[in-house]
Design a binder for this molecule. Structure first.
Ligand SMILES: Cc1ncc(COP(=O)(O)O)c(C=O)c1O
Length: 331
């Protein structure tokens, strides 16, 4: 008999599925990595497992401890799942822009949720970052601190990067991922560039976010709120290491949502809004790709987390988003 002895053993080894050329808009081989097949439903399961087990080995997390973090949802779900499986308590400061589906999922693992406003400065005492910091300082909780923790990119350098390299038999030439904390792109980017220095690493963020300016070394300017969940920043974060990314592309909320709806309706590939953004960024670089390119685009989570949001026509109309989905490009 072959079976896992814990849900944690089922994290990783996620599949790749090809995106047809008519949708990708280019002749390259485009492979979408389905991170939502992880048991907690997103790429953040990997981070949660890696950070908690590393910190246990270092003696920084002990039996009976409580783990906390600030999150737009997926890290909360991943950490709550790993905490439940290992017998820890967990508490999360979750931004009020997070879908109710994600908030309910975090609670279902027995975790505590504190809702915090998303549209305040990062150093506002009521904001997610400062609430999580205070929980750790005043109550002694282990603050995972995904935005600044070097173990975040390290998790993807150790795990997700080699997985992509092996799955593509070393043929990957371009990798496209969203940037939220920057952990995914920095860890995978570092690994792929060490293997092949000409591999292109493309980051994606919503319009109004600061990663493009951070990457270019430009003055940061004023961040603007956005509706796509999981990507974008209003502050400089240590998990994003600019030298492992070649280019940062910005995508509007509306385009991201339409792309996610299109992938769902035309391929049966139900994805979240950040995957929609990544797909739009792929479209933006399609003229630079040739038939010899192997592009991996990363899908962090699935559409089921956003049924009450951009998959709802009412929600789209209420937020003045267009509903046209005619995005097929013939090559
Ligand atoms: C849906 C979604 N997409 C993309 C990301 C970005 O990943 P990272 O934080 O590693 O940059 C996140 C992170 O929370 C996410 O939740």
């Amino acid at each position: 008999m072959k079976f896992a002895t814990s849900i944690l053993e089922l994290i990783g080894n996620t599949p790749l599925v090809e995106i047809p050329q008519s949708l990708a808009g280019c002749r390259a081989t485009v492979l979408c990595k389905l991170e939502w097949t992880n048991p907690g439903g997103s790429i953040k399961d990997r981070l949660a497992k890696y950070v908690i087990s590393t910190e246990e080995q270092r003696g920084r997390i002990h039996p009976g401890d409580t783990i906390c973090d600030n999150t737009s949802g997926n890290t909360g779900i991943g950490v709550a799942m790993v905490a439940a499986a290992k017998g820890y308590r967990s508490v999360f400061a979750v931004y009020d822009t997070t879908s109710s589906e994600k908030i309910d999922l975090i609670k279902s693992y027995g975790a505590e949720v504190i809702i915090v406003p998303a549209e305040v400065a990062w150093d506002d005492p009521g904001g997610g970052y400062m609430v999580a910091k205070r929980l750790s300082e005043e109550r002694g909780y282990y603050w995972l601190n995904q935005y600044d923790n070097p173990l975040n990119p390290e998790a993807h350098y150790a795990d997700t990067g080699p997985e992509i390299w092996n799955q593509t038999e070393g043929k990957v030439t371009c990798f496209v991922a969203g940037i939220g904390t920057g952990g995914t792109i920095s860890g995978i980017g570092k690994f792929l560039k060490e293997k092949n220095s000409s591999a292109r690493i493309i980051g994606v963020e919503p319009q109004g976010s600061l990663f493009q300016a951070i990457h270019a070394g430009r003055p940061l300017g004023q961040p603007h709120p956005h509706k796509v969940e999981g990507i974008g920043t209003d502050m400089v974060v240590k998990a994003f290491v600019p030298k492992y990314t070649d280019q940062v592309i910005q995508v509007t909320d509306n385009d991201a949502f339409l792309a996610a709806r299109l992938l769902t309706k035309t391929l049966g590939l139900s994805v979240g809004g950040s995957t929609g953004s990544i797909f739009c960024a792929l479209r933006q670089i399609r003229d630079t790709l040739t038939v010899d390119d192997v592009v991996v685009i990363l899908s962090p989570d699935a559409g089921i987390r956003y049924i009450t949001k951009f998959f709802s026509d009412d929600w789209m109309r209420r937020h003045n988003f267009k509903l046209e989905e005619d995005m097929i490009i013939h090559v």
